[in-house]
Design a binder for this molecule. Structure first.
Ligand code: ADP
Length: 487
C-alpha cells in the first residue's frame, strides 16, 4: 500500500494507550469493494476485551475531566492538525476499504477534521448558568459536566467523519470514548486513533476496538460504566441498541436511516435544482443517510427537470475510486447491490421507466450504473425503503399540499430538500416538512457549525454545532441556601 506514512496502517486495536491484538485468536478480514481483494485484517475483540477497554476509559475519566479546558482544547487542536497533515494518506486508506473516489475521500477527511477543530474551540465555551429564584435567600447555579465514559458505534459510509463527529465533542466535553467502527472500514478509524495517540491524549481517553458487532454492542449497552451511547447506522440496529440501553438508563444519540424527499416546485431554478440533485443523490454512490431518496417534481417542470437530470447523470464515470476520472465508486457489498437491483426491478414491474442506468456495471466489484426512474409511484418499494444506492426515482405532483403530504409520508425524518424561488412558499413548506434538516435551494447541508440529526424514526440528538456538545454534557443544579441574612 502506497502511504507516505506507513505507520497509519494499523492492524491492532488501540486500548489504554497501547496497540493490542487482544486474545489474538480470531481476526476480521477487510476487503476492497472495488476489486474484492483483501485489504487486511483486524482483531475480533470479545465481550471480555470490550469490558477491559471500558475499564481503561473509566480509569482515565477523572484526570481527563479535571484537565483545564485549555489543555483539552490544545490536544484536540493537535489531533486536528495531524489529521490535516496526513489527509492524503487517510484518503487512500478510505478509498481502499470503502471505495469512494479519492477526491471525495479527501473531502471527507478534511470535513471530518473540521469537527475536531470546531470542538477544540467549543471546549472553551461550556458555559453554565445562574438563575433567579422565587424563594428568598437561595440562589440557583447550573453547571455543565461531562456525562462520563461514552461508547460510539460508527458505520462504513463515512469511515472518518463519523468517528470525529462523535469523538471530538465527547472528548471536548471531558468524556473518554470507546469506539467501535464498522467491520468493513476499520482502518480509517484505527489511523485516526494513531494520530490521536501522537496528539497526546492520555492513555484510556480514546480507545478504538474492532470485532463482532453484536457481542461488543451488548457489552457497551449493558456495562454500567458506559453513561452514553452514540450510534450511527440503520434504524433496526438503533432501535435494538436503544432498548438495550434502557437497562442502565443511558443517554443515547441515534443517527439512523432516512428517506429524503427532494421537492422541485414549478418556480424553481431548474439548473440549480439539477446541480443540487446530483450532489445530494450521487455523492458516495448514493450511500448516505441524507441522500435524496424521492424526487418529487411539479407537473409543469417535470419533463425539463428529468431531461436535464438524465443528461447530467449520463456524464458520471463509474469505476475504481483511484481513477481520477471517476465520480462513482462501487457499492459497499453484494447485499447493497442486491437491494438496489431488487428496488429497480420492483419499480419497473409497477410501471416505472428506466431513463438511464438500471443495471450492474462489470463483474468484479459491486458497481451499479447511476440510474434515473421516471413515473415513480407510492406503491413502489423505493417509495418506502431506503435505497442507499445511485437510483433517482421521480414522482410528480400538482399542488403544494400534495408534495408536502408525499414528502412526509414516511416514518423517517432526517433530511428533506426543496427548490423554490417564492419566499412565502419557502417558509410555508419549510415549516410543514417533518424533518430534522431542510435544505432550501441546496443539495448539501452538512457542516460542523450546524446541528445534524433527525426526528421520528431517524433518531435522537444532534451532531455538530453547540448542540452537538450538549449531547455529552449533563446539567447539575446547585441550590445555595442561607443567603437571606443582610451583610
Ligand atoms: P449498515 O446497514 O449501514 O451497515 P448497521 O446498523 O448494520 O448499518 O451498522 C452500523 C454500525 O452498527 C456498524 O458499526 C455495525 O458493526 C454496528 N452494528 C450492527 N449490528 C449491531 C448490533 N447488534 N449491536 C451493536 N452494533 C451493531
Amino acid at each position: 500500500m502506497n502511504l507516505r506514512c506507513q505507520e497509519l496502517l494499523r492492524s491492532q486495536c488501540f486500548v489504554d494507550g497501547t496497540w493490542t491484538d487482544g486474545s489474538g485468536a480470531d481476526r476480521i478480514a477487510v476487503y476492497n469493494p472495488a476489486t474484492g481483494a483483501l485489504v487486511g485484517t483486524v482483531p475480533a475483540f470479545s465481550q471480555k476485551e470490550t469490558q477491559k477497554a471500558i475499564d481503561a476509559a473509566s480509569r482515565a475519566w477523572p484526570a481527563w475531566k479535571r484537565l483545564s479546558v485549555d489543555e483539552r482544547s490544545r490536544i484536540l487542536r493537535c489531533w486536528y492538525e495531524l489529521i490535516v497533515e496526513h489527509h492524503l494518506d487517510l484518503a487512500v486508506l478510505m478509498t481502499l476499504e470503502q471505495g469512494k473516489p479519492l477526491a471525495e475521500a479527501q473531502g471527507e477527511v478534511l470535513h471530518g477534521a473540521s469537527y475536531v477543530e470546531w470542538f477544540a474551540e467549543e471546549a472553551k465555551r461550556i458555559y453554565g448558568d445562574t438563575m433567579p429564584m422565587a424563594q428568598k435567600g437561595k440562589r440557583i447555579v447550573v453547571l455543565k459536566e461531562p456525562v462520563g465514559v461514552c461508547a460510539a458505534i460508527t458505520p462504513w459510509n463515512f469511515p472518518s467523519q463519523m468517528v470525529t463527529r462523535k469523538a471530538a465533542p465527547a472528548l471536548a466535553a471531558g468524556c473518554p470514548v470507546v469506539l467501535k467502527p464498522a467491520a468493513r472500514t476499520p482502518f480509517s478509524a484505527l489511523a485516526l486513533a494513531f494520530l490521536a495517540q501522537k496528539a497526546g491524549f492520555p492513555p484510556g481517553v480514546f480507545n478504538v476496538i474492532t470485532g463482532p458487532a453484536q457481542e461488543i454492542g451488548q457489552e457497551m449497552t449493558a456495562n454500567p460504566l458506559i453513561r452514553k451511547l452514540s450510534f450511527t447506522g440503520s434504524t433496526a440496529v438503533g432501535k435494538r441498541l436503544m432498548r438495550d440501553c434502557a437497562g442502565t438508563v443511558k443517554k443515547v444519540s441515534l443517527e439512523l436511516g432516512g428517506h429524503a424527499p427532494f421537492v422541485v416546485f414549478d418556480d424553481a431554478d431548474v439548473d440549480a435544482a439539477v446541480r443540487g440533485a446530483m450532489s445530494s443523490k450521487y455523492r458516495n454512490s448514493g450511500q448516505t443517510c441524507v441522500c435524496a431518496n424521492r424526487f418529487i417534481v411539479q407537473e409543469g417542470i417535470y419533463a425539463e427537470f428529468a431531461e436535464k437530470l438524465v443528461a447530467a447523470v449520463q456524464k458520471l464515470q463509474v469505476g475504481s475510486g483511484f481513477d481520477q476520472c471517476v465520480q462513482q465508486g462501487p457499492l459497499i457489498d453484494q447485499a447493497a447491490l442486491d437491494k438496489v437491483e431488487a428496488q429497480v426491478a420492483d419499480a419497473v414491474t409497477l410501471g416505472a421507466e428506466i431513463a438511464c442506468g438500471g443495471m450492474r456495471v462489470g463483474k468484479a466489484g459491486y458497481f451499479y450504473a447511476p440510474t434515473v426512474l421516471l413515473g415513480a409511484t407510492k406503491d413502489m418499494r423505493i417509495a418506502r425503503e431506503e435505497t442507499f444506492g445511485p437510483v433517482a426515482p421521480i414522482f410528480s405532483f400538482k399542488e403544494d399540499r400534495d408534495a408536502v403530504s408525499l414528502a412526509n409520508s414516511t416514518p423517517y425524518g432526517l433530511a428533506a430538500y426543496f427548490y423554490s424561488q417564492n419566499i412565502n412558499r419557502i417558509w410555508r413548506v419549510a415549516e410543514a416538512l417533518e424533518y430534522g434538516m431542510v435544505g432550501i435551494n441546496t443539495g448539501r447541508m452538512s457542516s460542523e457549525a450546524a446541528p445534524f440529526g433527525g426526528i421520528k424514526e431517524s433518531g435522537i440528538g444532534r451532531e455538530g454545532s453547540k448542540y452537538g456538545l450538549e449531547e455529552y454534557l449533563e446539567l447539575k443544579y446547585l441550590c445555595l441556601g442561607g443567603l437571606d441574612a443582610p451583610l
